[in-house]
Design a protein around this ligand. Structure first.
Ligand code: SF4
Length: 360
């Protein structure tokens, strides 16, 4: 008989884990152990991800005994919505309370092509980027795969009311996804599974701040998922100032790992580059950046960073943004300036959570 995965064994041993953490094959294995036919896994995934029920009792084509067994073994992760902000441009920022009282943010953005959901992967973050509001309280804990999936489901439920769908998912919210690697991969497999949320790999993006060893692992997974790196600096000195992660894995090591990723997967990489007034936003920096990424199949996404009240950075001047973009274009770099969304709400990473915390 197929050996049950550790987490499934833990569930059986009494820990009530999230049913959304279970991958399709894990559920099949659990059902086999329970003496149930494997097609029940199809039925359960249908109820969870198509019908989006929130109680096992609503799975009416399962026997009462199986429903009871499911609910005594797993929970359908509840996310309690505790705050919601809606921007005039359609961006919706949601603050959820987890079962242990911690809070996390999820953002739903409206684009011409559909709705994208930006999920949180950790409660807080320990990487301490100096421009980030989520670092103020440090890392509290990793999210389980099911708690990340639950954010997409909660967003989809909100969109159900408007008859719309989640068309893409970005793992760019609070937390460093590669600092919670195993749960991240579990989450990606569930939302990508054709019996799960069935979100195409090419509509999923994972962004890292540069946890180099995990970039090698991620390359070796050979997933068709989009990959982004928060680069934010053209030199190791500037990067260390903005992102302490650069002291653990300096820029040259990061670039080596990105080259390995590209050689292994042949996929394009997106570089996120936040523009910070007077820090990394001058023409000389654009020239250094073009040199740094020369030869890579990539795209640069320039992000004029919102002012975060707790931090000292100022917004880049409009003319400097365009001069930066022009310099990159002249060097043959594929570049765009990110359209700002949610400007009238607490849109910077961690702001809603930080502000709600202050109110409390
Ligand atoms: S920007 Fe991302 S990686 Fe950096 S501290 Fe904030 S949440 Fe963590």
């Amino acid at each position: 008989m197929q050996e049950l995965k550790k987490e499934v064994q833990a569930e059986i041993a009494g820990k009530k884990g999230s049913v959304y953490t279970l991958q399709f094959d894990d559920l099949k294995a659990w059902l086999q152990e329970a003496g149930e036919p494997s097609f029940r896994a199809d039925q359960i995934f249908y109820w969870l991800y198509d019908k989006r029920v929130e109680q096992f009792d609503e799975m009416t084509n399962l026997s009462k005994a199986l429903r009871e067994r499911l609910s005594s073994t797993f929970s359908i992760t509840p996310l309690k919505e505790v705050a919601k902000q809606e921007s005039v441009d359609g961006t919706v920022k949601l603050l959820f309370e987890l079962e242990d009282g911690n809070t996390i943010e999820t953002v739903v953005m409206k684009h011409g092509y559909g709705n994208s959901v930006c999920v949180t992967s950790q409660v807080g973050c320990r990487l301490g980027c100096t421009f980030c509001a989520s670092t103020l309280g440090g890392l509290k804990r990793n999210l389980e795969a099911g708690e990340i999936t639950a954010q997409v489901l909660a967003s989809q439920r909100a969109l159900d009311e408007k008859g719309e769908r989640v068309s893409s998912v970005v793992v760019m919210g609070i937390g460093e996804p590669f600092d919670n690697y195993k749960e991240l991969i579990g989450f990606l497999k569930v939302i990508n599974h054709d019996k799960g949320l069935n979100i195409g790999a090419r509509h999923i993006t994972v962004s890292t701040s540069g946890v180099v060893p995990k970039i090698y692992d991620f390359a070796d997974e050979k997933l068709q998922i989009n990959f982004a790196v928060s680069l934010h600096a053209p030199t190791t000195e500037i990067r260390s100032r903005l992102m302490p992660v650069n002291r653990a894995w300096p820029l040259d090591k990061l670039m080596e790992s990105i080259k390995y990723y590209q050689e292994t997967t042949n996929r394009r990489v997106t570089f996120e580059y936040g523009l910070f007034g007077g820090v990394n936003d001058q023409v000389e920096h654009a020239k250094q950046l073009a040199e740094l990424i020369k030869g890579l199949k990539c795209h640069v996404n320039l992000i004029p960073v919102n002012h975060v009240p707790e931090r000292d950075y100022v917004r880049t001047k409009r003319e400097d943004i365009f001069a930066f973009e022009k310099t990159l274009k002249e060097a043959g770099v594929n570049v765009t300036i990110r359209r700002e969304q949610g400007h009238d709400i607490d849109a910077a990473c961690g702001q809603l959570r930080a502000n709600e915390g202050k109110k409390k």
